[in-house]
Design a protein around this ligand. Structure first.
Ligand code: HEC
Length: 137
């Protein structure tokens, strides 16, 4: 019983911390909480940033790919799609408040972009790290 109370208290504190950080975006905190429920540890914006610029090899053109291939390195600026040349609006929520406010959209694009860039789906840990990095911009 005592342990249970302690556990609940911990959950409440951790929950509050997560909500405090992402208070302005409930979708984002919901997504990050789900990733942790699905096995991710705590998230690292630093790891997300490293992976953002990491280069991956592909058998098809372009042979070298990274997230920056389409989104660029300055997240407060527009990017441009590597294949179609279409403008991609800034990913930084500070420049584009619409960002990371739609769970389905987040998952749809993680799915496509991870496959295109890494040649595989991203893990929940990687997605959480990416979101921690991107949402801090
Ligand atoms: C081939 C081009 C391309 C690459 C490479 C790419 N993206 Fe994207 N990304 C897009 C497009 C197009 C959209 C959807 C258009 C938009 O939201 O403006 C998008 C949207 C997103 C979104 C949704 C943002 C939101 O508003 O919810 C996330 C998250 C994202 N990308 C992350 C990544 C990550 C992480 C990588 C690297 C693993 C990556 N992208 C690489 C083209 C790309």
């Amino acid at each position: 019983m005592r342990n249970l109370k302690l556990l609940l208290l911990c959950a409440a504190i951790v929950g509050c911390a997560a909500v405090a950080v992402y208070a302005d975006n409930s979708v984002l905190s919901k997504v990050l909480e789900r990733y942790q429920a699905e096995g991710a540890a705590s998230f690292s914006a630093e790891n997300g940033e490293k992976m953002w610029t990491q280069k991956f090899n592909s058998d098809e053109e372009p042979l070298i790919r990274s997230c920056t291939t389409c989104h660029g390195t300055d997240l407060s600026k527009q990017g441009s799609h590597a294949k179609t040349g279409k403008i991609i609006e800034a990913l930084a929520p500070s420049a584009n408040p619409e960002r990371f406010t739609d769970e389905e959209k987040i998952e749809k694009w993680f799915n496509r972009n991870c496959k295109w860039t890494l040649g595989r789906e991203c893990t929940v840990q990687e997605k959480g790290d990416f979101l921690s990095f991107l949402s801090s911009k």
